[in-house]
Design a binder for this molecule. Structure first.
Ligand SMILES: [Zn+2]
Length: 456
């Protein structure tokens, strides 16, 4: 009885110390989800005001920055030693993608706790990380932690649409967010079927590269088939592009990723394929074998091509003179846009089809962030210690974040995998987005340990 009572007491104590940080993060997440920052239009100033109120109540200095009063970025700073190391930056965007209420089982902006999860748009992307980062800032201040470097919290607007928040800050207020390295969204922890855990630290990302195919022909009556029918030319071009094997190119992040995951029982099948990936004459065949088993791994090896939109014709008996397709291309960071467009022209090989870029967006292409910084080392240690036997890997995400804008400025940026992907697949941008309170708490505690390791 005594032993049982003792154990119970101990576990309650540890739950209590841990839960203060976790309870705060949970409260912040529910509050943040209830502030609707659907982008467009965003209205992220309401989140910035909330963050300011929490920071001010704790005595943390902060500013609201930007040129649109409805869309202000939030920056807070805890000062470190005057001759300390360069700052560490904690980043989480304040906007969310739209949610279709009809597709959800709960109100997406209620922050409802039901069936063991906190539901809401932003519960994963990216208000959980924002809540955890805010809780860590408040805890550092509350404990009066002596810091060896400044800790900065940035919540930027418009990550989901035009990245105008981070772009404005880089142009107008870079000194306020400049840091040696940063923690950002984009990482993920996953449990494999055999029970091993993989912590994927995002160090690189593929670059969204929208390509437009325009086929031109001669208009005519539908009763007389024409060899220059724009729709037929466009269809052939799409098929050629989608079927072509894009070349395999590894970088420092993906080479290391493949070398590490092969150590897990779930990925032993990769072992004989890895040497072939490094051999330019055998790489395509090896990647195609990988694609047949695991399309996600294949997407880390090559530029990807997904036709997503089509437009042609207005009437069934009229052959249109133009047909257009939009292709969502995710480019490897070590390929230029020009290289990709040149290759696509060769694949399509049809003078009637023009290949052009969509106007107005071009995200920076950058080298992967280093795996030897104090921050990367701290994450590696914290994750391994928290889950002995787990694998910690650098990771290149298919999706893009604001991290690439800061990497372009020379900052090392890491997508920090503090939260576990609970239901196998991410619900970020999906319906019934959710996170369990336990996952949020444990993630916030991991984040705390990482920040302490690098900033104390
Ligand atoms: Zn996000």
């Amino acid at each position: 009885m005594r032993v049982v009572a003792g154990l119970l007491f101990c576990s309650m104590m540890s739950a209590q110390t841990g839960s203060e940080l976790g309870a705060r993060a949970r409260q912040y997440l529910v509050d943040l989800v209830r502030i609707d920052t659907t982008n467009p239009p965003g209205n992220e100033t309401r989140v910035a005001e909330y963050l300011k109120q929490v920071a001010a109540a704790s005595g943390i200095g902060c500013e609201l920055l930007g040129d649109n009063p409805a869309r202000l970025n939030f920056v807070a700073r805890l000062p470190g030693a005057s001759r300390g190391a360069r700052p560490v930056l904690l980043i989480a965007h304040s906007d969310v993608v739209p949610a279709d209420r009809k597709q959800w089982s709960v109100d997406p902006f209620s922050g409802e706790l039901t069936r063991g999860f906190i539901y809401g748009r932003g519960a994963q992307d990216d208000k959980s990380l924002l809540a955890a980062e805010l809780a860590v800032m408040v805890e550092l201040k509350r404990r009066g932690t002596k810091l060896g470097r400044d800790v900065i919290l940035l919540s930027e607007v418009d990550e989901e649409a035009g990245s105008t928040g981070i772009s404005w800050l880089i142009r107008n207020a870079y000194s306020k967010i400049d840091a040696e390295f940063a923690l950002n969204e984009g990482g993920a922890a996953l449990d494999t079927k055999s029970g091993g855990r993989i912590f994927q630290i995002q160090t690189a990302e593929k670059i969204p590269t929208r390509v437009v195919l325009t086929a031109k022909g001669v208009a005519g009556h539908g009763s007389l088939p024409r060899p220059d029918n724009a729709i037929v030319h466009l269809a052939r071009a799409i098929e050629r592009l989608a079927d072509a094997d894009q070349p395999v190119r590894l970088n420092t992040t993906t080479s290391r990723y493949f070398r590490e995951i092969v150590k897990l029982p779930d990925y032993r099948w990769l072992a004989p394929l890895l040497p072939r990936l490094e051999d330019s004459t055998a790489a395509t065949g090896a990647a195609n074998e990988i694609r047949a088993k695991d399309p996600e791994l294949n997407a880390m090896l090559r530029t990807s091509v997904s036709p997503t939109m089509l437009q042609a014709g207005t009437k069934v008996n009229v052959i249109p003179n133009v047909a257009e397709a939009q292709i969502d291309v995710r480019r490897l960071p070590n390929e230029t846009r020009e290289e990709v467009e040149r290759r696509f022209r060769a694949i399509v090989n049809d003078p009637a089809v023009e290949i052009s870029r969509e106007q107005g967006q071009d995200m920076p292409s950058t080298e992967p962030s280093s795996m030897t910084t104090a921050l990367y080392t701290a994450m590696d240690k914290v994750f391994r210690e928290s889950h002995p036997g787990s694998i910690v890997v650098p990771y290149m995400s298919r999706g893009a974040t604001d991290g690439s804008y800061l990497r372009q400025k020379g900052m090392a940026v890491y997508g920090v995998p503090v939260f576990l992907r609970e239901d196998g697949e991410s619900r970020a941008h999906g319906n019934d987005e959710r996170i369990s309170p336990g996952n949020l708490t444990r993630g916030t505690e991991l984040l705390w340990k990482i920040v302490i390791a690098v900033a104390q």
